[in-house]
Write a protein that binds this ligand. Structure first.
Ligand SMILES: *Cc1c(COP(=O)(O)O)cnc(C)c1O
Length: 428
């Protein structure tokens, strides 16, 4: 469910008409709905009523401070994968005690910073990382709470670029070696084992792979406890998928997911951590773009729009499908099959291929739906295109929560070294 609907034939975000935002901030822009963010967080939290569970929002899905602050107000903690994300979580007031740190390549500097801020848990993904955490924690007289991220070797049945739980993926430590690694961890200074962690991938639309992985984790908890490890927490990661094609592909509801979790690990009486990202923000955001040209090729109609792969890379990176809507709801307009493409000089620059849409013309606005997760965060300035601004709607009001940089600001980031400066080098 989301709060992007037509009213009087015009697409609205909550009570704000999309063309009003476009008139104010220009196009393209990302637009997020507070009501949808809040709703998704509450649905997830409610699903786990009666289980000892907490939501640590995966900041990488959408790290805009206003989005994270909205979720923090709902009581969410954070799952971070870099010092930058950790700083974002802290900046909006998420207590360190609600922050878990995941990722295969935490550097010494990042670990030291996380230790000093007192984060709740490190999800450890390799033995060298374990050693480094031990060294840095004990040097500071601290104890790091750790969970080992196990790789359960389960096929998540999702796009290969977002599957993380197979043996050949770089993530986690083989579940077969987990007991040995825990034994090692138990002997290290500055390390306190608190739990076990798993995350098998993203955009899962079937509960079976989750259940297979979680049962493997449950068995592992029993094994580890028998070996004397004090396992009181299980972090089950994120990954629950969202509908990208309207009602045609509805993934399991959080309630079904929660019931499965209870079946798989409920008997262990552990505190559960969840790290949903996409589920919370995916359908809470859209990318709004304007048609620049309509162009007819030999056997294709191209709709050339002002948003491109640098703004939303999901279609070309993950073969992702995003529904596209005309912002002004067409009455009985003719339907045309378009390739919706951007201005970037790459054949991979497309938002949709062979998509039947109402006939559109230069100047029309379109909305690329379900773009709240892994959209703005993966944007680049390729082709020296300014990063797309982000707007947060709240009821009848909206605010720019990241502004579009000016060309001056972009060019100022580069510097001309002394040996290249001439009389003609513009002074800045
Ligand atoms: C990306 C990621 C998540 C969030 O995944 P979603 O599919 O967005 O829910 C959670 N945990 C870890 C460790 C991740 O890398």
């Amino acid at each position: 469910m989301n709060h992007f609907e037509y009213r009087g034939g015009i697409l609205h975000a909550e009570d704000v008409a999309i063309p009003d935002i476009a008139a104010s901030v220009g196009t393209p822009f990302y637009c997020y709905s507070t009501a949808t963010l809040v709703r998704h967080a509450r649905v997830f939290i409610d699903a786990f009523k009666g289980q000892k569970a907490r939501l640590c929002y995966s900041i990488k899905a959408n790290s805009n401070l206003a989005v994270v602050a909205t979720l923090a107000r709902e009581g969410a903690g954070a799952d971070v994968v870099s010092e930058g994300e950790l700083r974002r979580a802290l900046a909006v007031g998420i207590p360190a005690g609600k922050i878990v740190f995941s990722g295969v390549g935490k550097t010494g500097a990042e670990i030291a910073f996380a230790l000093e801020t007192g984060i709740d848990q490190f999800n450890v993904e390799s033995e060298p990382e374990l050693d480094l955490i031990s060294e840095l924690a004990s040097a500071r007289g601290l104890e790091a709470r750790i969970a080992i991220r196990v790789n359960p070797d389960v096929d998540a049945k999702t796009h290969e670029k977002i599957a993380t739980g197979k043996a050949e993926n770089k993530f986690g430590i083989s579940w077969k070696r987990a007991p040995e690694v825990y034994a090692r961890a138990a002997a290290l200074k500055g390390i306190r084992i608190v739990g076990i962690d798993v995350h098998i991938g993203s955009q899962l639309t079937d509960l079976a792979p989750f259940e297979a992985a979680f049962r493997r984790v449950a068995d592992m908890v029993a094994t580890l406890r028998a070996q004397g490890r004090d396992i009181t927490r299980i972090d089950l990661g994120g990954g629950l998928g969202i509908p990208y094609r309207g009602d045609n592909d509805v993934p399991p509801h959080p309630d079904e997911y929660a019931a499965m979790v209870k079946r798989a690990v409920g008997h262990l009486d552990c505190e559960l951590t969840f790290e949903p990202g996409r589920l919370i923000v995916g359908n809470a955001g859209i990318l709004v773009s304007r048609v620049i040209y309509e162009k007819t090729g030999d056997n294709r109609n191209f709709l050339i729009v002002d948003a491109a792969m640098n703004d939303l890379i999901r279609p070309t990176l993950y073969d992702a499908f995003h529904e596209i809507r005309a912002v002004a709801e067409p009455a009985e307009a003719a339907r045309v099959t378009y390739d919706v493409v951007g201005p970037v000089c790459e054949t991979g620059d497309f938002l949709a291929k062979g998509r039947e849409l109402p006939e559109l013309k230069s100047g029309d606005l379109i909305a690329i739906m379900s773009a709240g997760a892994y959209g703005a965060v993966q944007a680049s300035t390729y082709n020296t295109r300014p990063l797309v601004p982000e707007v947060l709607v709240n009821g009848a009001t909206f605010a720019v929560v990241r502004a579009r940089p000016s060309y001056d600001e972009i060019l100022k980031q580069d510097m001309i070294p002394a040996w290249l400066q001439t009389d003609k080098t513009p002074s800045r």
